[in-house]
Design a protein. Sequence first.
Length: 343
Amino acid sequence: MRALTLRGAHDAALGETDEEALGADDVRVAVARVGLCGSDTHFYAHGRIGAFRLTGPHVLGHEASGTVLETGDRVSDLAPGDLVAVEPGLWCGRCRECLAGTYNLCARMRFLGMPPHAGLARERVVLPRRAVHAVPAAMTATRAALLEPLSVAVWAVGRAAVLPGEQVLIAGAGPIGTLVARVALAEKAGRVIVADVDERRLARLAHSTPGVETAHVGADPGTAFQDVAADLDCYLECSGAPTALDDGMTRLRPRGRAVLVGVPAAPTITLSSTLIRYRELTLTTVHRYAHTWPRAIELVSSGAVEVDDLVSDHYALEEGPKALADAAAGKVAMKAMISVDAS
């Protein structure tokens, strides 16, 4: 079957991959949509992310939806034709973290799309039943694929423990920052401010998300956030900019809470221990998600969180290499979506 294959940095092609055998607890899915994430673009541009690197041809993609083609003998709650969203992290279910419910921290995690585990930008895939989530019949395949980045936002807002009426600052007006802002509003945050260096993204966010405030910030360390409101309750760093976490925490009240959501461009970042200690700030991090899909489905199905407008560019599967090149060149305004089933 056809698959979007990355052979090296700046070397993507529409290749072939083998069909997988169907086990008793598995579901075979015809992939409909695959969203391109920043990690896909980073692999395309550099051939690696941190310790993960390409060692051979690799199928990309972890934001996906599709329709059930076939179920294993022990799967009775899904039927051919059902639309499903794919949760791409395949946890072991046996380790301490899995048994504690924090399966996102499973040391044996196989995350699809992250080498050496083949991703979802292919025509068909076999998955464990627990990795697919049935969605309402009225939901589109595009919305179902966007449940994966929305799950990151749901987990991030939960890690921040945002309470009704609280004031929240978010760095980054890209897809994840936008979704974090919308989830925070859905959870009744009293004030949501999104800061970014890109005025076009801020304008797009202000137009699309009623209730959000925007703040244009500079790139100079130490002074970037000086004009942003202070004494805030929560700060979620979603940009990955090297100094954004430290700079944004200056806007927190004493005992405020900060969450590192974005993946920093460098493996190490600098933090002001004086600021954290004097204000008794709490700093936590986000690594993917756990148990978020029911809430993500509810937010989209109810209309509480809009996701359609995140997709700015559409491509067919055979245009996958162009989609990656466009994203790496900054030609994708927000998010590229690949239609695998040509519909």
